[in-house]
Design a protein around this ligand. Structure first.
Ligand SMILES: [Zn+2]
Length: 181
């Protein structure tokens, strides 16, 4: 925890209130995470931990004959989801109502492809306020890539995304403004 609060203080671009909301991050879970030789099954999804990282089930598992300790524990994604924390946020300001469904569908497809590559890279939650739409992701670079994709797809609608980040690297807040026509 000490390391994290230190990081937060070094932030220049994100407001203190943002950090207050985002108390802990993905790597905190990983820091106190599993041992190298363990097999862990996440009870909330298909994620299995082996070979030092999380996978979709037992795809590509090569040491099935070895005896290893196995246990059940929430994967970092589901721990984050349970604790309502995230590592990346794409915030779209001024988005017109009629465009919300289209943008969300793009975001979900994009993050699904990321999830297929890595089961820990996902959308954690989506929040819709009066004037903004926020997409929270479990991984900071996913939010950056997602914001780029949204901008590329709807160039006429949005100005270039602006990335705010802590000096240490996470979390990211990427803001996209809707162009005023
Ligand atoms: Zn899980």
């Amino acid at each position: 925890m000490k390391r994290i609060s230190k990081r937060y203080k070094t932030s220049e671009k994100l407001s203190p209130s943002y950090y207050h909301k985002q108390k802990i991050s993905r790597w905190e879970f990983e820091e106190y995470g599993p041992g190298k030789n363990e097999i862990i099954f996440c009870p909330k999804g298909d994620a299995v931990y082996y070979h030092k990282s999380w996978h979709h089930a037992f795809e590509n598992y090569k040491h099935a004959k070895e005896t290893k300790e196995a246990r059940f524990a929430l994967c970092p994604f589901h721990q984050m989801e349970n604790s309502c924390v995230w590592e990346g946020e794409v915030r779209i300001n001024g988005l017109k109502k009629e465009k919300i469904a289209e943008v969300l569908s793009l975001a979900k497809n994009f993050s699904h492809r990321a999830y297929l590559k890595d089961p820990m890279h996902r959308i954690i939650k989506i929040r819709q306020d009066k004037n903004s739409l926020s997409i929270f992701t479990s991984e900071n670079q996913l939010s950056e890539r997602l914001a780029k994709k949204i901008h590329e797809t709807f160039k006429n609608l949005f100005s270039k995304p602006i990335l705010h980040r802590a000096k240490g690297g996470d979390p990211f807040l990427v803001i996209i403004e809707t162009k005023k026509i």
